[in-house]
Design a protein around this ligand. Sequence first.
Ligand SMILES: [Zn+2]
Length: 273
Amino acid sequence: MPEGPEVHREADNIRAAINGDQPIYIYFHHEHLKPFEKELAGLKVQNVEAHGKGLVISFEDDFHLFTHNQLYGKWYIKPAGSYPKTNRELRVEIRTDQKSALLYSASDIDVMDGESLVEHPYLSKLGPDLLKNPTPEQIAERAADDDFKRKSFASLLLNQGFLSGVGNYLRTEILFDSQLYPAQKPKDLSDEQLIRFGRSALVITRRAYQTGGVTVKEELMRELKKNGTKRRDYRHYLFGRAGKPCRVCGTEIQKLAMSGRRIYICDACQIHQ
Ligand SMILES: [Zn+2]
């Protein structure tokens, strides 16, 4: 499932392809959106922005297209009027003179005005987006808030109202980098530990955004690649590496299920309480 870094990269690609242009053709698969095909064609694209795992493309005249990829949604950018080879179903096409931005398989798609956008059930509940420069102190403060401080980090990190854009691989990797055990709760940590958590959340998420999903440090990635390590094994410190040695201390990595999703831990690196 795409997490914040992947959706932000998709937004970058769509922005580069169509922002500032006037689409000459718009297609919507869903019946309730059909009336917007004509309405939006010819209106200038004014902004393309990721919000957590959601994406908003804004047009002139206060029209906003909201999409959420859920599990399978995927955007493609192609030369105008051409399509990728895929068995997926096309849900949205925004075609300018030069490019087509094509969304496949997503089902959570809507067009609304600015006022409805602010009240959108997904967007209105989002916590700070880690790719929009909150500070470690702000994240620490949020974790210490009454709404969140009694919950485990395992559940908080999947709660888009706490921090938006974090999903399952980032959850494992952020906790590893913070040296926190998933069952720990903000109320049991010192201010210093909370700020370290905030710093890790930012560093790991930004790294994943810059590298296209890799969470290990660049030096380590280069070294592992040189040794012929495959992407699925060099990409993360712990995620997806059950039974293999921790990259930092060599302890065998364990896989657990927490808040209904798989999570990986190193018992030696993460403080067990
Ligand atoms: Zn370790």
